[in-house]
Design a protein around this ligand. Sequence first.
Ligand code: NAP
Ligand code: ZN
Length: 346
Amino acid sequence: MIPAKSYAAQSPTADLAPWEFERREVGPHDVQIEIAYCGVCHSDYHQIKNDWFPGLFPMVPGHEIVGRITKVGDHIKKFKTGDLAGVGCLVDSCQVCANCQDDLEQYCLEGNTQTYNNLDRSGVPTYGGYSNTIVVREEFVLHVSEKLDLAAVAPLLCAGITTYSPLRYWKVGKGHKLAVLGLGGLGHMAVKWGVAFGAEVTVLSTSPDKAEAAKALGAHHFVITKDEAQVEAVKGSFDFILDTVSAQHDLGLYLSLLKTNGTHIIVGAPPKPLDLAAFALIIGRKSVVGSSIGGIAETQEMLDFCAEHNIVSDIELIDFKDINAAYERMLKGDVRYRFVLDIATL
Ligand code: NAP
Ligand code: ZN
């Protein structure tokens, strides 16, 4: 077994604290990565707090992982020791169901294996990237360009692909008015994609102090959703809303901002169900849809797109000792726009 250091939550009420455990040995189809950076996703907080379902404890969160490969199994052909590599939310799937065959491992019909807070296919708990090393089967490891700032690449593995995938699937681009609801880790990447794909991008935010930063990200317009007059002015104006909000919010209000036939894409995952009045959909033939991360091939496509177009996340690099305070700031929407853990501080 391989000794690993981490920060873990021992229970839903405990702060994250140092914890040591063991990873499996590198099998013939595995690679071992020395983790350099790991992004801090709002999902990490939802999971350690049992927001969605009872978690497995101790829990080592983290699914925005980048680092260098230190060991490869005997059958590995795509990677070699010393390569940069990334791991996102998935570390395994059945690989044979219709969805896996279609490069949609996130929708594996047998259930995928998540990077942490899950049991792997042999029944062993998975532990995430708030850790110095990880062993992952080759099919779930991504190539990372040497050209980009590595710490700022980490959030692409979840925040990046989660917003890239739906905008590609619904073919959002030139001629579309896209609203990004919530300007956090996911939202700021959605703005970058929307602009790169040629859409006219509006940020819908509860935080007036993010206006200038939104424009700097390339957003064309900024609407403060607490200001009734500003909201009234954009009623019926968007083709798509990409909803990244992590807490309860008024779906009916935002649906009223869509054009006829408009689509509200939910990627944010609030702990409780959202209310939805039938008439909010009926009037104007509107759709509410959802999307989960992205498949492995699409994640690689997104990383390659980033290398080609020089796109990374805007990050605040933090030490492990500051992780609990960082969660508090994230809950207040006070992060520009993703905290990334420097694994050297473990
Ligand atoms: P984040 O950085 O905390 O950003 C969320 C943003 O939502 C905040 O910055 C804030 O933006 C806005 N917001 C927060 N509370 C709000 C409220 N009550 N009403 C309206 N707006 C509010 O979180 P994140 O890491 O981007 O994650 C966002 C959500 O996506 C989480 O629920 C996460 O679990 C989920 N997620 C889903 C997937 C998937 O596969 N579908 C993948 C990753 C994450 P403003 O300050 O601009 O209002
Ligand atoms: Zn995430």
